[in-house]
Design a protein around this ligand. Structure first.
Ligand code: DGL
Length: 292
């Protein structure tokens, strides 16, 4: 029976996770979504495990306070570093992007030749490589960090000669590796899928980690009987988007719209005093010593 009208919580370091929300809207059109993008502290892709874990726990507590029925960790960097900490700490199911994408890549790679692209933190964690070899011990995984992709996508340079030149540089070795699939291990990379498909060639299946996580969420909620009520009398879904800061960028609305595939609905820029981490930093002892 489907009888859980509570929203699905989704978080990301910023607005890139809207690519996952777009996939959730496709898979689960009857579900409400509460999204949190930590635009005040982005990017996370070059931060340490401890910092990414702390940010993730803080945001998941915010979402749990919004009475979500599960938490989808859209951010690949957070999924790589913080999943265990989140699962230990919270009672609601926590769905990351790593395992669903690893399974899809294995299914698409009969000879086990799999590539992974992601942020420096995601690639450095080896979370994808470890998940793949745990599930398919003979698989061969080749990874490549592509740190310039995030700012290029945020700039809206999806089909731009500079982005193509950067991608050619990053993908040079992967293009020689006779891969069968390539995991797009970052929220922003699905926006570059046409370019990456062109460079990798038709023999390489691109795996969208957000789309796989959305499918895993649909399956989990169905198994637990926790889908939203449907049919006559069911309430229309209601979505809420929170950001921790309002990006001061000319193309923000356009980029957000292209991530989500539709105009971004009303966004609440959270009052910093309402955030769980504000209290902590607000009451932190003043800096001592002879700093100016
Ligand atoms: N959302 C991040 C990820 O998927 C990319 C952006 C960032 O570095 O914060 O890894």
């Amino acid at each position: 029976m489907n009888d859980d009208p509570r929203p699905i919580g989704v978080f990301d370091s910023g607005i890139g996770g809207l690519t996952t929300v777009r996939e959730l809207f496709q898979c689960l059109p009857g579900e409400s979504v509460v999204y949190f993008g930590d635009t005040a502290r982005l990017p996370w892709g070059n931060k340490s495990k401890d910092t990414v874990t702390r940010f993730s726990v803080e945001i998941a507590s915010f979402l749990v306070r919004q009475h979500v029925k599960c938490v989808v960790v859209a951010c690949n960097t957070a999924s790589s570093h913080a999943l265990d900490a989140l699962r230990e700490r919270f009672d609601v199911p926590v769905i990351g992007v790593i395992e669903p994408a690893a399974r899809a890549a294995i299914a698409a790679s009969p000879r086990g030749r799999i590539g992974v692209v992601g942020t420096l933190a995601t690639v450095g964690s080896r979370a994808y490589a470890d998940a793949i070899t745990r599930l398919a011990p003979t698989a061969q995984v080749q990874q490549q960090a592509c740190p310039l992709f995030v700012p290029l996508v945020e700039e809206g340079w999806l089909d731009h000669p500079v982005t193509r030149a950067v991608a050619e540089e990053y993908l040079a070795e992967l293009r020689q590796a006779r891969l069968e699939s390539l995991i797009l291990g970052c929220t922003h990379y699905p926006m570059l899928a046409p370019l990456l498909a062109d460079l990798m060639g038709p023999g390489v299946t691109l795996i969208d980690s957000g789309a796989e996580a959305a499918r895993a969420t649909a399956q989990l909620l169905a198994e637990r009987g926790q889908l939203a009520p449907s049919g006559a009398g069911a309430r229309a879904p209601h979505h809420h988007f929170f950001l921790s800061d309002e990006p001061r960028r000319r193309s923000f609305a356009t980029v957000a719209q292209s991530f989500l595939g539709r105009p971004l609905p009303h966004v609440t820029v959270v009052d910093q005093t309402d955030l769980p981490w504000f209290e902590r930093s607000h009451h932190a002892p003043p800096l001592t010593g002879d700093r100016p």
